[in-house]
Ligand binder design. Structure first.
Ligand SMILES: [Mg+2]
Length: 257
């Protein structure tokens, strides 16, 4: 574990987690709890993570939340937890909580744009590399040869850029692909809502690996720890860096009391 911001006091944070009456632990999934796999439908957590998630979820004074760019239903399937934890999917557009589903409300023009983006994605990348979500379409190139990526950049990106500028959608690059997203929500919004629903004295942390997690890191600043989970360090606004899986498991154990 490495402290990245000198203002962050790891020892003080450790003891506040141990002594807190209320805790909020917010976790990204892909790249954070689960290593990347060429077939993202099979992304399983690191060994030891599932048991810890279950233990955390059983604790009365810990609110366990998963926040992901995946569709909420997709993450629910991969986690396969009973009882289910709270899940924010599609970068905060939808939520599963207490067995209830809060769907996204997306304007018709964006729904139409997503359909067009989907067709373009299928044509260039093929079904196995496209991911269709309630508020976005993503194309993945992890595990594919360089030519595939070049093809996506040259043929799909211009089509998506046209749609994005015509209808006000956003293009985001992530670790392993590109996504065309409805604007207005990101993981930072999810974190702000979660914290606003939690007692102000609750000790909180957010764990993530990707660029899309930087919004969440910024949102938790001043309220808890922003933790980058990644084999290699990169530019980040996080307070703390840990490498999975060993340091991740160690960090999760801190919260299991
Ligand atoms: Mg991730």
């Amino acid at each position: 574990m490495k402290v990245l911001r000198p203002e962050f006091d790891l020892e003080a944070f450790r003891s506040s987690v141990e002594s807190a009456d209320e805790r909020v632990l917010i976790l990204d999934y892909d790249g954070t709890l689960a290593p990347f796999t060429p077939d993202r439908d099979l992304a399983a957590p690191y060994k030891g993570v599932k048991e810890r998630l279950a233990a955390l979820h059983r604790q009365e004074h810990t609110r366990l939340v998963l926040v992901s760019g995946r569709a909420a239903s997709d993450l629910d399937r991969l986690l396969n937890m009973d009882p289910r934890p709270e899940i924010w999917g599609s970068h905060g557009w939808e939520r599963l909580r207490d067995g209830k589903y809060e769907p996204p409300t997306i304007p018709d023009r964006w729904e139409q744009a997503l359909l067009e983006a989907r067709d373009a994605c299928l044509k260039v990348a093929g079904e196995s590399q496209c991911e269709f979500k309630p508020a976005s379409v993503a194309v993945h190139w992890r595990g594919r040869e360089n030519n595939f990526r070049k093809d996506v950049e040259q043929r799909l990106l211009p089509a998506w850029s046209g749609l994005a500028s015509r209808l006000g959608l956003e293009i985001h690059r992530f670790d392993g692909g590109i996504e065309l997203r409805c604007p207005g929500r990101d993981k930072g919004d999810s974190v702000r809502t979660i914290l606003s629903e939690s007692p102000p004295e609750a000790v909180a942390a957010y764990l993530g690996d990707d660029r899309t997690d930087e919004d969440a890191f910024a949102a938790i600043r001043g309220r808890g720890a922003a933790v980058l989970v990644r084999k290699e360090l990169r530019d980040t606004g996080a307070d703390l860096w840990l490498t999975p899986p060993d340091q991740l498991l160690e960090f999760m154990d801190l919260w299991i009391i």
